[in-house]
Design a protein around this ligand. Structure first.
Ligand code: PEP
Length: 252
């Protein structure tokens, strides 16, 4: 049985003060919620302050990226060792915005995944096709390459630490959500790829959906067999909407 997992990706939003206000409000709203794992991914500058607020609560801390070396002359980078020490449990890797604007490739995703796992962080590895790729019927080929190349260094005994986020690029921040059936079709395909590489362990890997998730559409998405949670951008920036998503069983 896979524990549902809902994570909020705050992207480049929230000063330290705003982040503390948001996570404090969220903490009150989701106190006592069980049966679903919750995480927030603030920007690096707010991680420490948010870590202090969520300590001992049911909200885990995630970072939005990490480098693959643990230290060295890499100006501007943040290492998995630093994130682990500050209290991060998860790290988002290979988000489509990193691929689109910062030159992230499947090869760099592989290096980051390996480093994160080596430092005890649980990666949320993002995959997804662009609109052009979907329209050219390349969705499955793109996802297969992203999974096979990105997860190349992930050993069988590590794969259950991994979370995959299927985020069709055309649905991120656009208000267009994949239908639950469209999303589940790709989730099932990802699970099959994982089965081929990792056998029965694939059943334990959580696959989140991401792309304009809101309180209004989460319940239908979560009702699908291979959708195990959500990576939420815009709707995680308000405590009440994210708390409603986390408690998706009340939104039916
Ligand atoms: C995301 O940031 O991963 C995301 C899915 O954003 P949004 O929910 O705003 O589409």
């Amino acid at each position: 049985m896979r524990m549902p997992f809902i994570a909020g990706n705050w992207k480049m939003h929230k000063t330290r003060q705003e982040a503390v206000e948001l996570v404090s409000a969220l903490k009150s709203l989701v106190a006592g919620v069980t049966g679903v794992e919750i995480a927030v991914a603030p920007p690096f500058t707010a991680l420490h302050a948010v870590a202090e607020v969520v300590e001992g609560s049911n909200i885990a801390l995630a970072a939005q990226n990490c480098f693959w070396e643990s230290e060295g002359a890499y100006t501007g980078e943040v290492s998995p060792r630093m994130l682990q020490e500050i209290g991060c449990r998860y790290v988002i890797i290979g988000h489509s915005e990193r691929r689109q604007y910062f030159g992230e490739t499947n090869a760099t995703v592989a290096k980051r995944l390996q480093a994160a796992l080596a430092h005890g962080l649980r990666p949320i590895c993002c995959v997804g096709e662009t609109l052009e790729e979907r329209e050219a019927n390349q969705t499955f080929a793109v996802i297969e390459t992203q999974i096979n190349e990105g997860l190349q260094p992930v050993a069988p005994q590590q794969v259950t630490e991994l979370v995959i986020a299927y985020e069709p690029v055309w649905a991120i921040g656009t208000g267009k959500t994949a239908t639950p059936a469209q999303a589940n079709e790709v989730h099932g395909f990802i699970r099959d790829l994982l089965r081929k590489r990792y056998g029965e362990r694939a059943e334990e890997v959580r696959i989140q959906y991401g792309g304009s998730v809101k309180p209004e559409n989460i319940a239908a998405l979560m009702a699908e067999s291979d959708i195990d949670g959500a990576l939420v951008g815009g709707a995680s920036l308000q405590a009440d909407s994210f708390a409603r998503i986390v408690q998706y069983d009340k939104e039916r």
